[in-house]
Each structure stands twice: as structure tokens, then as C-alpha cells.
Write a protein that binds this ligand. Structure first.
Ligand code: DAH
Length: 363
């Protein structure tokens, strides 16, 4: 068709394509050339108004133009993509010889108390124990009376209890609430709410008015309780021995059961382990109190002492954490000193397992 210089249009488009500096630019050229309102569709639009003979040759010429422009666009686009990729590779290049950056997950540390509790839970879970918990604020009845420590019992003085101000309770003639002095009330809660067989361990915070290098007003205990119709002192000895071997990661552990007294067990014992377990031969370390649950406790917890019997133990979590990991001062455990935590803490990826060992890389 006269008046339309297809080769001029083509050169113009090719020049624009060549000049496109980046992928956004080439896309603009594509739209202005081939898009719905672009130059090529516009040329095609003229076909309808042309006489038939002109239409054929003009149509063929526009088709060829469109093909060449399309090819040029694709070639340029491919080249620009290659350039963009090369630029990205250059700017995002990783120097694999640099040391690994640890990042927040690896920076954080697990507190030795949490670590030691996880280790203990793993060991007792393997022996079929479940985990039970109770509140820090407890009633006098559950912390003392139902554990066979009636009012006026001398053991109450030994517990240096923190009492809560409870004017309403006192007005009603009830004993004030208190901060539990041991995890033993969770024994009571469990027996009151669950039918035997019972096999639980109970981690938790406990509170006593006491403060020096080996005592803090808040510390941690872990309680154990087994109740069924036949379990006996021998089962307890075996369980505690297996526990000590697994916890201290030794094949043999020297243990001695010393006769002791707790109001809620009869007979009662305190358990010492030979300090060779922590690399200090010749010494004994006291780690827990234990005994057969007193029939009166079983009865006060709503179970028939003629039918059910069991055993219990309580140990200081902080104490055995200090023993295992060589931590000298108990108070440091609760000072939230980051330097201390970096030194004694554990990495979160280092989960205790029986197969992989408990200790990980802390201490
Ligand atoms: N509750 C005792 C304490 O805090 C520890 C204890 C001893 C717990 C003997 C027990 C046990 O379950 O049987 O000193």
C-alpha cells in the first residue's frame, strides 16, 4: 500500500529494540510493537479497508515484519536476561570460604536447669513415667496436711514457708495460701484425681526462706511417684539406680540408701551417689530423699491403703545440675548473666536423647 513504508517502521522498531537497556524497557517496546494497540496490530487493522489485491501482498509483508520484530525482541530479551543474571551472580556471590554466621537460633542457650530437666524426663519417660505438674501457690492442706504433716508438726518449721497474705481466708478460719515448699503436693493432687497405676515425675519451682551459696529462696525439685498394688522398695532402688547410671552416663554407679525420716514415707531413705560418677572418687553426694508412701497419705488421698502401695522420691534439680556440669554457685543459676549462660548453657539443637547421650556440649 502506498504511503506506508514498512521497512521504515521495521527499522524504527529494531532501533528501539536495540536501544532497550533492561527487561522493563524491552517489555515496553514489545507492548508498543505487538500489544493490542501496538504498531503491528494497527497495520493489520488496515487490511480490512484495502482492495483485495493489495491486501494479500500487504498482509504477507506485515506478517514477515511481525516475525522479524518478534525474533529481534526475543533475541534482545534473551541477551538482557543473560546480562541481568550475570549481574546478580556477581553482586550476590557467596564467599564460601567465610566462616559460618551462627544466627539467632544458634546464639540462644538452654539454661542448665531446663537441660537437666529434659535429660531426666527422657530417662524416666523411657521407664514409662508421665509428667505431672501443679501450681506454685498451694494450699496448706496439700503442701502439708495431706502429706501427713499436720498443723503443729515440727517439719513445718523446717520448711521456712512463705505464706501469702490472705485476710479473707483467715476471716473464714482457713489456713493462708503459701508458696509450695516442695513438689510433693503434686503427689497428693495426682492421687486425688487419678486411679492407680500411677507413674509420674513432677518438675517444678519450690520456695523456702533461705539464701546463701547453696540455697536460694526459689529452687527446683523433681518429684517421682509410683502407686499400684504390688510395687515395692526393690523397684524403687532399681529405678533410681538406672536413673543415676543414665543421668551421669556411667556403666556402674555406687549408691547408698541411708535410713532417714520424712513424714510422708515409711520407711524413708536418703540416697547418696559415689562422687566418682562426676570424677571425684572417695566422696559421697546426697542427691535425693525417698521412701514407701505412708499408708496414711494414701488414705488421705482417697485410695485404699490395704489395696494400694507405692514409693516416691524428691530431688533437687539445681543440685544435680551443679553436680553434673560442675557449676560452683547456685545463685549464679538465677542471675540472668549472659556470660554465665553462654558458658554453662546448651545449644537448642542439642536435644538430650538416650541414644545420643545426655550431656551435649555444655558445661
Ligand atoms: N519433699 C521432700 C523435701 O522437699 C523431698 C522428698 C523426700 C520427696 C522423700 C519425696 C520423698 O517424695 O519420698 O525435702
Amino acid at each position: 500500500m502506498s504511503g506506508t513504508d514498512l521497512s521504515a517502521i521495521e527499522s524504527e522498531l529494531i532501533a528501539e529494540i536495540t536501544a532497550a537497556a533492561d527487561l522493563a524497557g524491552i517489555e515496553q517496546v514489545r507492548i508498543s510493537a505487538l500489544g493490542r494497540k501496538g504498531r503491528v496490530p494497527e497495520l493489520m487493522g488496515r487490511l480490512g479497508k484495502m482492495p483485495a489485491d493489495e491486501r494479500k501482498s500487504f498482509g504477507a509483508a506485515v506478517n514477515q515484519l511481525r516475525d522479524r520484530v518478534t525474533t529481534a525482541l526475543e533475541t534482545r530479551k534473551g541477551a538482557l536476561e543473560g546480562e541481568a543474571m550475570a549481574q546478580r551472580l556477581a553482586s550476590e556471590r557467596a564467599d564460601v570460604t567465610l566462616p559460618v554466621r551462627s544466627g539467632p537460633v544458634a546464639e540462644g542457650r538452654i539454661h542448665p536447669i531446663s537441660q537437666v530437666f529434659d535429660e531426666i524426663a527422657e530417662i524416666f519417660a523411657d521407664m514409662g513415667f508421665a509428667i505431672a505438674e501443679g501450681p506454685d501457690i498451694e494450699t496448706d492442706d496439700l503442701n502439708f496436711t495431706k502429706l501427713n504433716i499436720p498443723p503443729e508438726h515440727p517439719a513445718r518449721q523446717m520448711h521456712d514457708t512463705f505464706y501469702l497474705k490472705s485476710p479473707e481466708r483467715i476471716a473464714r478460719g482457713e489456713a493462708p495460701m503459701l508458696l509450695r515448699t516442695h513438689t510433693s503436693p503434686v503427689q497428693v493432687r495426682t492421687m486425688l484425681s487419678q486411679k492407680p497405676p500411677i507413674r509420674i515425675i513432677v518438675p517444678g519451682r519450690v520456695y523456702r526462706m533461705d539464701s546463701d551459696a547453696t540455697h536460694t529462696p526459689m529452687f527446683h525439685q523433681i518429684e517421682g511417684l509410683v502407686i499400684d498394688e504390688t510395687t515395692h522398695f526393690g523397684h524403687m532402688k532399681w529405678c533410681l539406680e538406672e536413673f543415676c547410671k543414665a543421668f551421669f552416663e556411667v556403666d556402674e554407679v555406687k549408691m547408698r540408701f541411708r535410713a532417714s525420716h520424712f513424714p510422708f514415707t515409711e520407711p524413708s531413705a536418703e540416697v547418696d551417689v559415689g562422687a566418682e560418677a562426676i570424677g571425684k572418687p572417695g566422696k559421697w553426694l546426697e542427691i535425693l530423699g525417698c521412701g514407701m508412701v505412708h499408708p496414711k497419705v494414701i488414705e488421705m488421698c482417697g485410695l485404699d491403703p490395704e489395696k494400694y502401695q507405692g514409693w516416691a522420691f524428691g530431688m533437687g534439680l539445681d543440685r544435680i545440675a551443679m553436680l553434673k556440669y560442675g557449676i560452683p554457685d547456685l545463685r549464679d543459676m538465677f542471675n540472668a548473666d549472659l556470660r554465665w549462660l553462654r558458658h554453662y548453657g546448651f545449644t537448642s539443637l542439642d536435644v538430650p536423647t538416650l541414644a545420643g547421650g545426655m550431656g551435649g556440649m555444655g558445661g
